[in-house]
Design a protein around this ligand. Structure first.
Ligand SMILES: C[S@@+](CC[C@H](N)C(=O)[O-])C[C@H]1O[C@@H](n2cnc3c(N)ncnc32)[C@H](O)[C@@H]1O
Ligand SMILES: [Zn+2]
Length: 165
């Protein structure tokens, strides 16, 4: 008798999300620790990516590694939204980025991870609408928030100095 085909890859579905536009949902239960999908796409320099996305509010750029390279998301993983109460995390392995479950995920759940956005322009906004009780209100990382606070303080001090002169 033929055996039922088993696969390690859960079936994923892109459909509308209450968080933002489209999101990525799993049709199968996923155990904690399972690597689910690769965040794949062309590799670009940060400069080229900034240029490409200059006038776009939605970004599919994933910054990784130490050399400023980014992935311009292309494929299913580009639809994962950010949440401050995520069920997944991203991990880098040998120049590739994967999404992994950080808890058991039930069939039907939206797959979500923390974007931890960084190195953004001063004018950029990244307000979070994840709706989690512990929502931080932003998709920026803590380090990026500290960097931005330092910049704002420096700017304020410069302004005060100019006003005095
Ligand atoms: C990689 S895309 C995710 C897929 C996107 N929802 C779509 O339909 O194309 C990233 C963009 O989704 C939006 N987004 C994702 N998570 C969000 C959140 N928690 N709050 C607000 N916007 C979010 C932002 O506009 C962000 O630039
Ligand atoms: Zn949030």
């Amino acid at each position: 008798m033929p055996r039922a085909k088993t696969t390690n890859s859960p079936r994923l579905l892109i459909r509308s999300s209450s968080i933002h536009a489209a999101g990525c949902y799993t049709l199968d239960a996923i155990p904690r620790g399972r690597r689910i999908i690769e965040y794949d796409g062309p590799r670009l320099s940060k400069e080229l990516a900034d240029e490409r996305y200059a006038d776009r509010i939605v970004t599919y750029i994933f910054g990784f590694g130490d050399n400023g390279a980014v992935i311009d998301g292309f494929g299913t993983a580009m639809f994962l939204n950010h949440s401050c109460a995520p069920n997944c995390e991203s991990e880098e392995r040998g120049g590739r980025v994967f999404v992994r479950a950080i808890r058991n995920i039930a069939a039907g759940e939206e797959l979500l991870y923390e974007y931890n956005l960084y190195d953004a322009d001063e004018a950029d906004k990244a307000d979070c609408y994840c709706g989690a009780p512990q929502c931080r209100g932003t998709m920026f990382s803590d380090t990026e928030l500290e960097r931005r606070a330092r910049l704002a303080k420096r700017k304020q001090a410069k302004k005060a100095e100019t006003a005095k002169a």
